[in-house]
Design a protein around this ligand. Structure first.
Ligand code: AMP
Length: 287
């Protein structure tokens, strides 16, 4: 479906029939990571809505927006096969009607809370304001009971939870585990943009994060040692440029300065052949 009216009508009918509605927002170029969210959605509802919309307001780099993969026909096939009941693929005009095309910036927006301050929020100015704005529009359109977000975008899920709590939005947010390729690389639509050679170098990201996780479970919990280790491993490839390496509180995302006590989230953003990739792991000290 391409229009808001159509979505409203169908979801409202589903609700009248007593169905619990779930929602999986995506930017398309669907892969098994996205489809794992559909599985989670199916377990906690009986009517699954998915959106495919490459949201222009969350791209701080216009070249990144142009390069972002788009393959709607393939997405429709995958969504249908995985049991999505309604696929919403709106145009930009449908989502940002009053301000097309040159003045989207004039429209009303939502500002992300403090959890958007660091990490991707620090290096991609305005990104999370674009995310929370489009997600609140989508929440208002779909009116789902529950929405599912992937831990691949750990900060995004946390920012959305904060938005829902702070703005009293009546929807339950569920997170689903990060899904990886066989060699460990976090599945991402952006992986399609990697050359074969860069694809090999990108494996080093998850390998390094898992080694760092092992360091912590073996009792090496000094934050600067872990960050130095991760940085050295990534730079050793000669192919990866670091955007950030951060160790933060698992809920508030506040940076941990000295030592990990109990657990922490280690997150990285890396450029590989010009493609920005993110990944993260939970680090837990063994008892
Ligand atoms: P995107 O299309 O990249 O905006 O992602 C849409 C949703 O799918 C977000 O909630 C992502 O966190 C989630 N997602 C993307 N990649 C993965 C993955 N590898 N594992 C789990 N969830 C993912």
């Amino acid at each position: 479906m391409h229009t808001i009216d159509c979505v409203r009508e169908n979801v409202s009918n589903a609700k009248k029939n007593g169905q619990r509605v779930s929602f999986v927002p995506t930017m398309g170029a669907l892969h098994d990571g996205h489809l794992s969210l559909v599985e989670v959605a199916k377990r906690c509802s009986n009517y699954v809505v998915m959106s495919v919309f490459v949201n222009p307001t969350q791209f701080n780099d216009p070249r990144d927006l142009v390069a972002y993969p788009r393959m709607l026909e393939e997405d429709i096939r995958k969504a249908t096969n995985s049991g999505v009941d309604l696929l919403f693929a709106p145009s930009e005009m449908e989502m940002y009607p009053s301000c097309q095309p040159e003045c989207i910036s004039k429209s009303c927006k939502v500002l992300a809370g403090s959890r958007a301050d660091g990490l991707c929020g620090a290096t991609r100015p305005g990104h999370f304001d674009g995310v929370v704005t489009v997600v609140s529009k989508l929440f208002n359109i779909v009116q789902a009971d529950v929405a599912v977000f992937g831990e691949k975008d750990y900060q995004q899920a946390s920012v959305i939870k904060q938005m829902v709590q702070d703005l009293h939005i009546p929807i339950e947010i569920i997170t689903a585990p990060l899904v990886r390729e066989l060699d460990g690389l976090a599945m991402s639509s952006r992986n399609l943009l990697l050359s074969a050679e860069d694809r090999k170098s990108a494996c080093e990201i998850s390998k390094t994060l898992f080694a760092a996780k092992d360091m912590v479970s073996n009792g090496q919990c000094g934050v600067s040692d872990i960050r130095d280790y991760v940085s050295n491993q990534l730079l050793k490839t000669g192919k990866l440029a670091i955007d950030y390496i951060s160790i933060v509180d698992t809920i508030t995302l506040d940076p941990i300065d000295d030592k990990i006590v109990n657990s922490a989230q280690l997150l990285v953003a890396v450029f590989c052949g010009g493609v920005r990739l993110i990944d993260n792991v939970r680090c837990q000290i063994a008892n």
